[in-house]
Design a protein around this ligand. Sequence first.
Ligand code: HAM
Length: 422
Amino acid sequence: MSQLDGLTGMKDLASPEIAVWQWVEQVAQDVFASYGYEELRFPILERTELFKRTIGEVTDIVEKEMYTFKDLNGTSISLRPEGTASCVRAMIKSGKLRQKGQKIWYQGPMFRHEKTQKGRNRQFYQMGIEAYGWPGPDIDVETILVCKRIFQNLALENLELQINTLGTLASRNAYKKVLVEYFTDNIGALDEDSKKRLHKNPLRILDSKNSEMAELIQNSPSLMEFIDEECKTHFETCLTMLRQLGVSYVHNDRLVRGLDYYNRTVFEWQTQQLGSQGAICAGGRYDGLVEQLGGQNTPAVGFAMGMDRIVDLLDVQKKTPVRKDPLVYLVSVGSDAEELSTKLAEQLRDAFPHAGIICNLGAGSFKAQMKRADRSQARFALIMGDDEVQAGKINLKDMKGGAEQKVVPFDEIVKVIEFSGD
Ligand code: HAM
């Protein structure tokens, strides 16, 4: 293995693909802001204990997927496998949860030492939101609308929203008991993984992708039978609101999620177009977590989008961001012209702060520089030699419009470009 090979499941992200990442990030940030969310940046490393206490000791993530090591002080620390735990920790620490109603968004790399495959990386990226302080179904629905709007603005198609309710911890525990009895009665039909999960985390058996167990899972008792009236009403209200808003969903009563902190509403956005890693976004309510970590009782709900998978799906669905070509490429031959070109480029950047203004670097003949201007896809080329500088005028060529080259006095360049642009 060469020293230049990165670690398995950890990618470099570069052009041209990076433009798609930046597009998704921008679209998501704009949507988050439009719903009143503010960014929070928390560290990539945390005490291992934090993830154990929140995600759960007997989850796949904590049992076998965390990058955990001792720092130089001997403290056990882990690279964050997700953002919710750190977000809750940071919000309690800041004291902000004392004011009701906090909306937070975050983004960044997460780390899970999983078996890698398409759509499953060891360093992957999430963008997510967490809302604190609202107990009712309205925020659950708004949270779902946030994802929906992001997917809509990216023109993503054929996504399915799967939704379920997990009820309270008490109802889940009662359900677990019955589930253990059911699977114990059918132990011969369980695969090795499921046998291991049977007593530790029987709910996870419902997540099994093993087709030989599909019928067994299909016939297992449903969690819905154990949900109390209050949670049922909360869930029914969510579903009614979604229908009223025209949001289609599938109630999947086998959707249990792989992290322990959830209660009541949970959901996933699924695609069939990415093979087995079809969940592009997932989340739900976690009303007990803030208190469990030492904060005051605070209802909470959120989701995280898997950016790697969204970028893959955009590729499959051939959706690309509108390419923003540079506005101007400045061609200059001769030392006076080069000096003027740099100054002029700065003036153009002042006048058109969102446009690409590319100054030729590394000299070269007119012909060579015009080729570079062409390759840059810039709308205009500004062409100057020392003679033009002496005369106080420059040639302006519309590279896309096919119009004749114009001779323009220096101080009129900005105005002429402004009026010639589309
Ligand atoms: P999660 O389901 O573990 O939930 O991850 C959310 C999303 O991250 C998944 O649906 C998937 O798109 C992406 N993802 C997870 N693992 C990988 C991987 N190895 N490679 C690529 N993408 C991956 C959470 O993380 C919760 N914190 C979500 C949440 C926020 N719930 C409430 N608030």
